[in-house]
Design a binder for this molecule. Structure first.
Ligand code: MN
Length: 315
């Protein structure tokens, strides 16, 4: 492997100067090939409540200026272990969900065609469906760990099949997921009815609630998740509303009683060794944020997802 081109050297150019690529990484067009690309999908036409996640990618990049090259929690310098880049945005039609879903699928397929793995910055959760479609064509049925306050396996809203509350039901119906290796983490808050849970079980999902994380602790939860996914190709989808609104106020559908950012990051680090094929962090809506609380949390989540991919690159 040729030596990766790393981020801008912050001892020469201060962190607050220059363009805000994620973690000040090089752009995709500045390298020969990329192992890992952080890519934005600024799309929020699928939301059911507060809009604004279209501004998520740029807010996360801006907060990511402060990320440093060595990740002690994961024990890796991800930008030295692999060529990591900012892959820019997959720009999609904000007026047509159908068009956007197709364009995200095509954009992800093009970016991953030569083996580059993606950490995608949303955008609302609708975008997980086309990302899973593209990965399924490459890897077959995918194991999924879904960090979220909400199940996201509802059927339709106002008759619409593609929304931010329905991507994993569509993915299950389309056979994109490995029904033996699915789990939600951080679930809480009121539902429409008991049937929501029965439907969800039918697709094969396990549930680790936010209260379970409190009672069982992060190490035990991570061990259970590792066991559930085994060595299957794994997608990790992080809705930032898995965090308590104290840790992530800037999001579309906040729910009280969520994880701390410390708990979330530790559970993610506990997934080291899994066969991660892609990941996202979605639902950052900066208009409702304060002092970059949510964008900072999302930037660190993306950094740990990149670190998991880089660990796998090294093995
Ligand atoms: Mn969600």
């Amino acid at each position: 492997m040729t030596t990766p081109i790393g981020p801008v050297d912050s001892s020469r150019v201060p962190r607050f100067a220059g363009p805000a690529t994620f973690a000040r990484l090089p752009r995709l067009d500045e390298v020969e090939r990329a192992d890992i690309a952080v890519v934005g999908v600024p799309f929020d036409t699928g939301v059911s409540y507060r809009p604004g996640a279209r501004f998520g990618p740029s807010a996360i990049r801006e907060a990511g200026r402060l990320l440093r090259p060595y990740n002690p929690g994961a024990g890796i310098a991800p930008f030295a272990a692999a060529q990591v880049v900012d892959g820019g945005d997959i720009a999609v039609n904000p007026y047509s969900v159908q068009d956007a879903v197709e364009a995200i699928d095509a954009g992800a397929a093009a970016l991953t065609a030569s083996g580059t793995r993606l950490v995608v910055l949303g955008g609302d959760h609708t975008i997980a469906l086309p990302l899973l479609r593209a990965l399924h064509r490459r890897h077959g049925p995918i194991a999924l760990l879904h960090f979220d306050a909400h199940l996201d396996t509802w059927d339709t809203y106002f008759g619409e099949p593609y929304t931010h509350g329905t991507p994993f039901r569509r993915a299950a119906e389309e056979g994109l997921l490995d029904g033996d290796a699915l789990c939600h983490v951080g679930i809480r808050g009121p539902l429409y009815g008991e049937r929501d849970l029965a439907d969800d079980r039918r697709f094969g999902f396990g549930i680790v609630t936010a209260a379970d994380v409190l009672r069982r602790g992060v190490d035990e939860v991570a061990a259970a998740l590792r066991e559930r996914v085994g060595d299957r190709p794994l997608y990790v989808s992080v809705d930032i509303d898995v965090l308590d609104p104290a840790h992530a106020p800037g999001t579309g559908t906040p729910e009280a009683g969520g994880l701390t950012s410390r708990e979330l990051l530790e559970i993610l680090r506990g997934l080291a060794g899994c066969r991660l094929v892609g990941a996202d962090v979605v639902e950052v809506a900066p208009a409702y944020d304060h002092a970059q609380i949510t964008a900072t949390a999302a930037a660190h989540v993306a950094y740990d997802l990149v670190s998991l991919l880089a660990l796998d690159e090294r093995r």
